[in-house]
Ligand binder design. Structure first.
Ligand code: SRM
Ligand code: SF4
Length: 517
């Protein structure tokens, strides 16, 4: 056996399925799938390859799919939002939508029969769900206040769209990057507050000056998973703030990652397949030299320091824009959950008061920009602001939660409703001086990013009084913004039924909370 065939023989099950038939190969079968219905679709196509089109079979609600879009930089507008709302209303069986922790949108309750029509509607407003799941490059994250932030250094919107176009072949699907050894996250920050969580991305671009020119320092290899959580490390390179350079470097890294996946054993064990494992294996020197070889030029060195000088903002409330006379307003969307009605109303507000733009944040909230200062008061009096508040109570304000057991079959606990209930109740009971960022995640996969939180809860199952019950592991010490670092599990196995007093105590002991009289 040659080395290559020996390695192929060891391919994990997923890799074997991908080698047999690429995810993108079902593109022409989507109309056929719509005709035959989900029960007649081949199992691997159903549960695996459809994810290349953002279509997720949900074993918790068979037949009702989740559709994950791409919203680079979290950038939406009223036209797009209205189409998303229409899809939820018209095609969603018990439909709803979520803002995700990658400032993206997922729609729920769609049926395979309606996918061709849904895709036509999305395409008409320039949206795509292509390659948004599984072993692909996920939604590209950037500052949600790009182009309007008075503190901004680089407006990343155009380069983000161009990078998405390069990675997805303008939304048509790009087989160059459709068989990565694992998922891949890219973020580009243009502001000073590390709004994107650079530390937990496979590639992160952070603003930095070199010899007086503005560009990006680059971090690589950050990721979260059940088995390993690791902060991104410097690649020791600086690139100018030009989309050509950002695309060239990103594509060079993706090419190396995909082409060496087999040779370097990344395609054997899925728990050891993210980019950091390749960097570990080669060491940074070799990794850099391979990137140089692929790029066809030397990388140079990083700028001496980056421009991340601020704490991470949450963008809620009214803020002056860089455009004089205009404000952007951040609305709190409790645990990111949306109804069709909310979405229609958001689209209307963005058109009536702003220029139609709507921005999603990684905190699962929305921002409506370009509101004339003289119209702010009227905007704040709109009924939707009673639900999506600009000044929610302290714990509710900074709450983030993954999907949890309502729709996710990996989940060990229910997250969103429980997270909201605890936060609301403790906000009633306690006076809490500063924001406390609580993140919930339903299982150790860490989609809710508990490691970046002040307090992170990771769902688990445990035994209590002879019964299996829902519980959490407690993660603490995540720091975001400047000098970000990831937190660690400090206590395991707290039953959810006992959690409220534990959390209450934690807030009093560690965050200066006091009981209200
Ligand atoms: Fe995630 C798998 C939801 C952000 C790490 N994630 C899943 C699946 C697809 C599992 C499944 O098939 O059911 C979840 C779909 C549930 C559903 O119905 O919504 C799911 N992940 C989510 C979202 C929706 C959570 C949310 O409520 O916001 C986020 C969608 C982002 C997007 O728009 O693309 C989401 N997932 C993340 C993040 C956070 C991030 O990217 O900043 C992480 C950790 C960061 C990372 O990946 O390095 C994350 N998800 C995972 C993992 C573990 C990855 C690993 O390397 O082991 C899995 C499981 C896997 O891939 O095997 C996973
Ligand atoms: Fe599902 Fe677990 Fe991700 Fe939550 S963390 S969405 S429960 S896979």
């Amino acid at each position: 056996m040659t080395l290559a065939t020996e390695k192929t023989a060891k391919l994990n099950k997923i890799e074997k399925s991908k080698a047999e038939k690429d995810g993108l190969a079902i593109k022409d079968e989507l109309e056929h799938f719509a005709k035959i219905g989900w029960e007649a679709i081949d199992e691997t196509d159903l549960t695996l390859r459809l994810k290349w089109f953002g279509i997720f079979f949900r074993p918790v609600t068979p037949g009702k799919f989740m559709l994950r879009l791409r919203t680079p930089n979290g950038y939406l507008d009223s036209e797009k939002m209205r189409v998303l709302a229409e899809i939820v209303q018209r095609y969603g069986d018990d439909g709803s939508a979520d803002i995700t922790t990658r400032q993206n949108i997922q729609l729920r309750g769609v049926r395979i029969e309606d996918i061709p029509e849904i895709f036509r509607k999305l395409q008409a407003v320039g949206m795509t769900s292509i390659q948004s799941g599984f072993d692909n490059v996920r939604n590209l994250t950037g500052s949600p206040v790009a182009g309007i932030d008075p503190e901004e250094l680089i407006d990343t919107r155009e380069m983000m769209q161009k990078l998405q176009d390069a990675i997805t072949n303008y939304g048509e699907g790009n087989s160059a990057f459709s068989n990565l050894p694992r998922k891949f996250n890219i973020a580009i920050e243009g502001g000073r507050d590390n709004s994107i969580h650079a530390e937990i991305n496979d590639i992160a671009f952070t603003p930095a000056y070199k010899n007086g020119e503005l560009g990006f320092n680059v971090l690589v290899g950050g990721y979260l998973s059940a088995q390993r959580q690791v902060a991104a490390i410097p690649l020791n390179v600086w690139v100018p703030a030009k989309y050509q350079d950002v695309i060239a470097l990103s594509c060079a890294i993706l090419t190396i990652y995909t082409e060496n996946g087999l040779q370097e054993g990344l395609r054997v064990n899925r728990t050891k397949a993210r980019l950091m494992w390749l960097i570990d294996k080669w060491g940074m020197e070799k990794f850099r030299s391979q990137v140089e070889k692929e790029l066809g030029k030397e990388l140079g060195t990083a700028a001496p320091e980056d421009e991340t000088t601020m704490d991470k903002r949450d963008f809620l409330g009214v803020h002056p824009q860089k455009q004089e006379g205009y404000s952007y307003i951040g609305l709190h969307v409790p645990v990111g959950r949306l109804s069709a009605e909310n979405m229609f109303e958001l689209a209307r507000l963005a058109e009536v008061y702003g220029n139609g733009e709507i921005r999603a944040t990684v905190e699962q909230n929305f921002i409506i920009p370009h509101i004339k200062n003289e119209n702010v008061e009227a905007f704040l009096a709109e009924p939707l602001l009673q639900k999506f508040r600009i000044n929610p109570s302290t714990l509710v304000r900074s709450l983030v939660s993954c999907t949890g057991s309502q729709y996710c079959n990996f989940a060990l606990v229910e997250t969103k409703q429980r997270a909201l209930k605890f936060a609301q109740e403790l906000d009633q009971e306690l006076e809490i001086p500063d924001r406390v960022r609580i993140h919930w995640t339903g299982c150790p996969n860490s989609c809710g990013q508990p490691q970046v939180a002040d307090i992170g809860f990771i769902g688990t199952k445990l035994r209590k009084d002879g019964k299996t019950v829902e519980g959490v592991d407690l993660c603490m010490g995540g720091k975001v913004g400047k000098d970000a670092h990831i937190g660690k599990v400090v206590q395991k196995g707290i039953p959810c039924d006992d959690l409220k007093p534990v959390l209450r105590e934690l807030l009093i002991e560690n965050f200066g909370a006091k009981a209200k009289n």
